[in-house]
Design a binder for this molecule. Sequence first.
Ligand code: ATP
Ligand code: MG
Length: 406
Amino acid sequence: MKYDMLLLRFGEFTLKGKNRKRFERTVIKHVKSKLKAYPGTSIIEEYGRMYVDLGGNDHHAITDSLRKVFGIVSISPVKVTPSVADEIVAASLGFMEELNPQQGTTFKVNARRVWKAFEHSSHETNHLVGAPILRQFSALKVDVRNPDIELKVEIREARTYLYYESVPAVGGFPRGSNGKAMMLLSGGIDSPVAAWSSMRRGLELEMVHFFSFPFTSQKAKDKVIELARILADHAGEVKLHLVPFTEVQTSFTKTGQDNLMITLMRRSMLRIATQLAEREGALAIVSGDSLGQVASQTLGSMNVIGRATDLPLLRPLVMMDKSEIVKIAEDIGTYATSILPYEDCCTLFVPKSPTTNPNLRIVEKIEASIPELPEFIARAVEQTETLVLRSNDDTAMPDSIQEDWF
Ligand code: ATP
Ligand code: MG
């Protein structure tokens, strides 16, 4: 089928009264950045609806790209015709012809007269369009309840839209529309998925990654940079804070408390992330924890680890199964990078039997036995390096064009 436009439907954020305009603009900006790859396309806004004029491009690749835009719940490729009765009928016949219905296919016409000055009511239009279709295509049968093909005919003043398919899109909130949080990004499978899930909810994220030269390699760091870059394809742009963690980490190894290593490290990671959050104006910390997945993700561990920060700790994956997480990782394009075998600072120091139920008082005692710990933490924050990673989609888009657009 050769389509003219795409109809984009917005999600739940349209309910949110006065924020609506701001949210719509954010989605438009995101759509615009995706459309840069398709010359000739343009955006048309019409009474709370948004269309993309395909400008002669094939609709498949563009639909696939726009499905990933946060805030869009579904997309319908549409054919366009002037809002004149004869033309609508002719275009509808052409539409069915391209669909080439097989014997026994059921259908119905669902017309909607949005432009009240159009000469036929919605009900009349159903007949006006349906009758000649039935005459021309003997293979078709009418079924008003559950048809195989429901031809939607939407009559608006500027033009009439014909469509029947609806492709589901990612939904959620427009990017960056719900505040900022710090994301603990490791090189694993889970945290990039947690990051994407948060972005989909409209959170703006800054990534925090802890590395331990010389125990972790440059390759492990590059892998995390690549993951952040992939996430920038979804977010437009992300900051990645690379925190040198060796000093903090080795101060724990010296205590000989192997079983509590992960608990101690995690608590310090949270303290560092909290300081970075304060500096950057972020209001929460996000991690890729999933309940019960490993020793540090039991309820007992989450309790003792979580107490190291006063900020809300968001764990988008907490109730998800690994198989669901892997599926999302594949969909968002992080999986192949996540499974590259480079050691993370945590995996490297995993003891044989990490505790699944750490005792808060003992943990606090061990921390108190390292008087330099606050200093090490402060130094880690100070020596943090920050990279800014941009989406491949967005790089070629100068700010001036973005501003002009509104
Ligand atoms: P992931 O696949 O995200 O690494 P995981 O199942 O391997 O998760 P852990 O390694 O125990 O689990 O890590 C739990 C969470 O702690 C991660 O999802 C991430 O949010 C955070 N985290 C772990 N290591 C690091 C690190 N080096 N830098 C930043 N965050 C980390
Ligand atoms: Mg990990």
